[in-house]
Ligand binder design. Structure first.
Ligand code: NAD
Length: 344
């Protein structure tokens, strides 16, 4: 059993904890919170051992005052685990990395950290093998994970891809009251934006640039993608759809036939299928929005930002601990376990 510590039990951390709990080859060693709050109730209900994000005795004692059983500080948790999944807010990485190195524990960061922190990044379909046995890595952001799901299989088929995409980003997560905009469209003025090129940290062979705007919605990101295939690629719109249909964690549905024309309906469908929090781990592609004209492919995809990286974290744990060398085997194990955990 791989013992997994989860440092930071927020939007991503609580989902990673559930996904770990769903697997038969790993167990939640513990989760951390900065102090007593409603999130501790969730940990208690699930039976996940609760620790403090640091070792300060006053901070640890504050949990008991709030009515929670805190088992100790971060160092105690790291000593009881084989790997830590860092789910702290972005840009805390450097500080936390030094703690993980001091504890001699394998570590996985999230997309809020830069690739340079670990010098290695991860998505299941792009570079599982390159991460096997590594000491530390970074599961790329929700946007990069989504790009990887559709572009990597296409690249494997065509052997060359030049991509331009526009990321239409949700302004905040549903539980986030401190971000915006709430009545504006906010372009990222650093062009190209970092989002598309981040894909090259896991698949450097794909040439990609992006523009990004934030819009007043909380539920999903949408990508508008233009990809140039090499001449003589031999693909058609139908064969690309077929390729994606047989690709794990890509969900194709139709705007006209399924009447899913906006991200609101995508999320309603996700709530219907019964995953907790209404999550959708798959990248959603509108099949009637895919069109190959000559060598140029146009398509839209939607990303459930809070959840598409969750199963990737599970595969990444197996890569670091060298317990599964084949990414597709890990992906089916992860996804089947999550599905049966939620009775789907
Ligand atoms: P969050 O704010 O929802 O949760 C972060 C948790 O970490 C909170 O419980 C917070 O109390 C705790 N925390 C605070 N300081 C800490 C510290 N020093 N050490 C450990 N924990 C600490 O954040 P999130 O949205 O879950 O994001 C976590 C990471 O995942 C970030 O790198 C983010 O960029 C990335 N990510 C987020 C999303 C998303 O849509 N929310 C998607 C993909 C990746």
């Amino acid at each position: 059993m791989i013992r997994v510590a989860i440092n930071g039990f927020g939007t991503i951390g609580k989902r990673v904890a559930d996904a770990v709990d769903a697997q038969d080859d790993m167990v939640v060693a513990g989760v951390t919170k900065t102090g007593p709050s409603f999130g501790c109730d969730l940990a208690a209900r699930k039976g996940f051992p609760l620790y403090c994000t640091n070792d300060d005795p006053d901070r640890i004692a504050a949990f008991a005052e709030g009515g929670y059983n805190c088992k100790g500080g971060l160092s105690d948790l790291l000593a009881a685990a084989d790997v830590v999944v860092d789910c702290a807010p972005g840009k805390r990485g450097a500080e936390n990395l030094s703690k993980y190195k001091a504890a001699g524990i394998k570590h996985i960061f999230q997309g809020g950290e830069k690739h340079d922190l670990t010098g290695l990044s991860y998505t299941s379909c792009a570079n599982h093998e390159a991460n096997i046995g590594a000491e530390g890595t970074r599961v790329v952001s929700c946007n990069t994970t989504g790009l990887s799901r559709t572009l990597v299989p296409l690249f494997e088929k065509c052997k060359s891809l030049k991509v331009e995409c526009t990321m239409i980003r949700r302004a905040a997560d549903p539980g986030d009251s401190s971000k915006g905009p709430i009545n504006a469209i906010k372009p990222v003025l650093k062009v190209p934006s970092h989002h598309g090129p981040d894909l090259m940290t896991v698949k450097p062979e794909i040439e990609i640039n992006s523009l990004a705007v934030a819009v007043p919605t909380t539920i999903m990101h949408v990508h508008a993608i233009i990809a140039d295939l090499p001449s003589g690629h031999g693909m058609t719109t139908d064969s690309i759809l077929e390729l994606w249909r047989s690709t794990p964690r890509v969900l194709l549905m139709s705007g006209s036939g399924d009447r899913i024309t906006t991200t609101a309906e995508v999320m309603e469908m996700a709530r219907d299928i019964g995953r907790k929090w209404g999550d959708l781990h798959e990248v959603f592609v509108w099949e009637d929005g895919v069109s190959l004209i000559g060598d140029r492919l146009y398509y839209f995809q939607a990303i459930h930002q809070e959840s598409d990286v969750i199963p990737e974290n599970i595969d990444c744990i197996r890569a670091l601990l060298s317990t599964e060398s084949d990414w597709k085997t890990s992906v089916s194990k992860t996804d089947e376990a999550i599905s049966s955990y939620y009775g789907m």
